[in-house]
Design a protein around this ligand. Sequence first.
Ligand SMILES: [Mg+2]
Length: 257
Amino acid sequence: MPRQLKAILFDFDDTLIDWGAVNVSWRDIEAAQLERVHGYVADKSKGYRASFEELIDIYWERTRRAWSEGRVNLRAPNMPQILLNTLRDLGADAELDARIIFEIYDWNAVPGAKVFPDVPPALQHLREHGIRTGIVTNASQPMWMRDAELITFGLIEFFPDCRVSGADAGYLKPHRRIFEMALGLLGTDPEETVFVGDNPVADIGGAQALGMHAVRRVNPGSSYNGRVTKPHQTLQSFAELPGILDGWYPEWRGSGR
Ligand SMILES: [Mg+2]
């Protein structure tokens, strides 16, 4: 007897959020945040003598190295840890309150990034049928940072209890641990959960290895490396998702309120 559909997990970037119009480098995106942090730390720490250029150079070299190692061993870079360690290695007072540093850093949605217009109606439709939804993203920022974007984009209400980043799990997709963390938060089995993402390696290969049905959002802007896994289904628009679910879980529309 086929299992019931209980939840859908979504990749975040290039699946829910369209980055196609963002043409600034990450280093430039983060420069304003880092400059504020640099000013605060220089003001509060007598031992901190770094210039802003030194901070950004060292921070970016460590970030770049963490990502290139992570792509091989699937251990997730942890952005707050990299930044705090860099500040301390440059002489910042170890007693500085990390919470204040990240309030000053004040992460939010990057100008130009926007929600794909097909996303809110699809999430609404799933919710009306009692299907739970979660996010699994290969981000070096914990979700307590990326939540600011979900609030700005008006999406946070759809993901009340399952938002997992690489930094939260310690691992990057396609490692099974990040998927297991999300399934644990939802309390669902892989057979009851569908994964939707744009990356055939991280999203599709990772989800299928756990036994989830995997749907690939075809996004011409997406890039990926590694062995490509064939998805169970592909879609160009989230409007196609209900029909795909009908094929796997014929009863799913009747499971709602
Ligand atoms: Mg993606």
